[in-house]
Design a protein around this ligand. Structure first.
Ligand SMILES: Cc1ncc(C[n+]2csc(CCOP(=O)(O)OP(=O)(O)O)c2C)c(N)n1
Length: 255
């Protein structure tokens, strides 16, 4: 019944299942899922798209899309995507990964997939924390940010500095399109959708590896209300992780 009501108001992308999501109030992962669903619908690629779900809060992503999905073990989504794309070069293959999954245990996989120029697309959700496991420090945790494992705030002496994944990957020759976007307000959510669409089109045209880093919220583990979390993202994450295009193939704006 809930689903029918939602359909009356807005409708669900055809490429999504419409199941109720388990995300906490104020977490923007549901929005990011929806944007991917809208892009798949608009590009009319539902039947040829294969998504790779991560380990992290989005572990159940396969339940929320009505497309072929494959679960990967923690951090290994780019390796799984590589295998699937090479066997099915005509398919649209994307990974969906958090910052613990992609930038901690899976650092090697993402660097080498990007460096090889695998023709896959990665949606990288940066919420500056390990959400699923209860709020431990991630590589992207901000200096001074309190987490379960940095109760006095992250210090660079002890745990290094926030890892700038997009900056790093864009240095690699195999990277075709690397962009950072955010979900803290409507304007930025719309930009996020456009970036995801371009990243899919880069793959469609065989131009190489594409990654969209999406700044996201984790009100539960940040200890904030949904509204405060949006404000915290804008105030604290945007200066450290400024949204921008890091590299793009020629003519990307016409895509
Ligand atoms: C091999 C392995 N190591 C550790 C874990 C525990 N673990 C599950 S999810 C996770 C981190 C998730 O954080 P992130 O990728 O940022 O995603 P989020 O939950 O914030 O969306 C960890 C460490 C695991 N499941 N498997």
């Amino acid at each position: 019944m809930k689903q029918d009501k939602l359909k009356e108001v807005a409708g669900y992308p055809d490429s999504m299942s419409g199941r109720d999501m388990h995300y906490c109030p104020g977490c923007t992962q549901g929005i990011i899922h929806r944007l991917i669903g809208e892009v798949i619908d608009e590009l009319k690629i539902k039947e040829e798209t294969i998504g790779i779900a991560p380990v992290g809060c989005a572990v159940l992503a396969y339940d929320y899309f009505d497309i072929d999905m494959q679960e990967a073990s923690h951090g290994r989504a780019p390796a799984v995507a590589t295998g699937i794309k090479r066997v099915h070069p005509d398919k649209m293959v994307f990974t969906y990964q958090g910052d613990g999954d992609l930038a901690s245990i899976g650092t090697a996989e993402i660097i080498h997939a990007a460096n090889r120029g695998e023709k896959i697309t990665t949606v990288f959700v940066n919420n500056a924390i390990y959400g699923m496991t209860g709020g431990q420090m991630a590589p992207t945790t901000l200096l001074g940010q309190k987490t379960k494992t940095t109760p006095r705030g992250r210090s660079s002496e002890e745990t290094g500095n926030p890892l700038k994944v997009s900056e790093m990957l864009s240095m690699l020759d195999g990277a075709a399109y690397i962009v950072r976007v955010s979900t803290h307000d409507l304007e930025n959510i719309n930009k996020t959708k456009q970036a995801i669409k371009k990243a899919f089109k880069v793959q469609q045209q065989g131009l190489g590896f594409a990654l969209v880093e999406v700044l996201s919220t984790c009100p539960t583990n940040w200890g904030l209300s949904p509204r405060q979390a949006m404000e915290w993202l804008e105030k604290n994450m945007i200066p450290e992780f400024p949204p921008r295009v890091f590299c793009a193939p020629e003519g990307v704006d016409e895509l």
